[in-house]
Design a protein around this ligand. Structure first.
Ligand code: PLP
Length: 399
């Protein structure tokens, strides 16, 4: 039977990583992957995570299964972290949170839940979006539609196009929104635009689904949660997928959460029973280690402060590199405006390079960028920014 199976299409980013690994140029630069890099190009374990792990090793007394919805305390702490302490959505009991294997697990559980409970609903994704969004939703059997998002000329959000699409979407559909640090463009709506988007989404009777993979990576936790707070209006329903991969550096531990906000506490209980049924037939119950680390850090004042500091350090390094890259490009190509890189937020930006220019950068300069022009800003450091900007200006100057 297996002989008839055709090979799946290779993942473009993973293919580039292989090519990078095999590239003998000592000055090669990798701006493809979706993980945070420090100044030395490494992705170290956070110090607060190390301390929490030592405590866990000492104190863990059982390897018994977790409940289907995961560690209760982790779920409560997730609600406080994302909505802020004392938010009505949490205190009223109308939010139900489930620990999931990463943010991707949350997306998949939500998609299964949508497919089972709203079988005719489509999920609308931004153009462009994280390529796994449509793949995960389609794999769950949900139809995917696309709304305009990025305005290439301004390097910002095409708010008119987005609002028009929202106003025309079928009532009862779901709209997937990047809560902050849009991947792949780095372009986020302003606070005022988020207000307009939430007005339009609720006026049209759509269910907002906020994908929150980068809390703390934009301008800080308080500021980054503002889109979510905008949507958490009295009585409003929404879905939130949270990931702890980036902000706790727990990529391989697979820590995330799905939060369903319903109109009232009774409805939250009913919906929770359906989400649990979905999880039970998927992976049964989540893994413990990563969520226990997050719990350990968020309940301990000292560890939490340490983590806050480490998160700020990551964020400030990325935003510092955005500034340095913009300044260096301004020196190399004074006629070209790269200030949008400094304005954008999160780990990624659309550089504006064409696929041909990306190929030239790789072939001539061993600089690796995804072919749609997305760069991982966290891959830039004071040591490689000069050669990177030299190469980019050479390619852009020639173009
Ligand atoms: C927009 C977006 N959503 C979700 C995820 C999933 O994260 P996780 O690794 O926690 O599954 C990512 C990871 O890159 C992402 O960029």
């Amino acid at each position: 039977m297996f002989d008839a199976i055709q090979a799946a299409r290779a993942d473009a980013i993973l293919g580039l990583m292989d090519a990078f690994r095999n590239d003998a140029n000592p000055d090669k630069v990798n701006l493809t992957v979706g993980v945070y890099k420090d100044e030395t190009g490494g992705t170290p374990v956070l110090k607060s995570v190390k301390v929490a792990e030592a405590k866990l090793l000492e104190g863990e007394s059982s390897k018994g299964y977790l409940p289907i919805g995961g560690l209760g305390e982790f779920c409560d702490l997730t609600q406080d972290l994302y909505f802020g302490n004392g938010h009505e959505v949490v205190s009223s009991g109308r939010a139900a949170t489930f620990q999931t294997p990463g943010g991707t697990g949350a997306l998949r559980v939500a998609a299964d839940f949508i497919h089972q409970n709203f079988p005719t609903a489509s999920i609308w994704c931004s153009t462009p979006t994280w390529p796994n969004h449509p793949k995960v939703f389609t794999a769950a059997g949900v139809n995917v539609e696309h709304y305009p998002y990025f305005a290439a000329d301004s390097h910002g959000v095409n708010i008119e196009g987005m609002l028009d699409a929202i106003k025309a979407a079928p009532v009862g559909d779901v709209i997937c929104l990047h809560a902050c640090c849009h991947n792949p463009t780095g372009a986020d709506p302003s606070a005022e635009q988020w207000g307009q988007i939430a007005d339009a989404v609720y006026a049209r009777g759509l269910l907002p689904f906020l994908d929150f993979a980068y809390l703390g990576f934009g301008d800080g936790i308080d500021s980054d949660r503002s889109a979510l707070i905008e949507f958490a209006r009295p009585g409003a329903e929404l879905l939130v997928a949270s990931s702890y991969s980036k902000n706790f550096g727990l990529y391989r531990e697979r820590v995330g959460a799905l939060t369903v906000v319903t109109a009232d506490a009774a409805s939250a209980k009913t919906v929770a029973s359906q989400v649990k049924a979905t999880i039970r037939t998927n992976y049964s119950n989540p893994p413990s280690h990563g969520a226990s680390i997050v719990r350990e850090i968020l309940v301990d004042q000292v560890l939490r402060q340490q983590w806050d500091g480490e998160l700020s350090e990551m964020r400030e390094r990325i935003n510092g590199m955005r500034k340095l890259f913009t300044q260096t490009m301004a020196e190399r190509l004074p006629d070209r405006d790269f200030s949008f890189i400094e304005r954008q937020r999160g780990m990624f930006s659309y550089s504006g390079l064409t696929a041909d220019q990306v190929d030239t950068l790789r072939q001539k300069f061993s600089i690796y960028i995804v072919r749609d022009g997305r760069i991982n800003v966290a891959g830039i450091n004071p040591g490689n920014v000069g050669p990177l900007c030299d190469a980019m200006s050479s390619v852009l100057g020639a173009g």
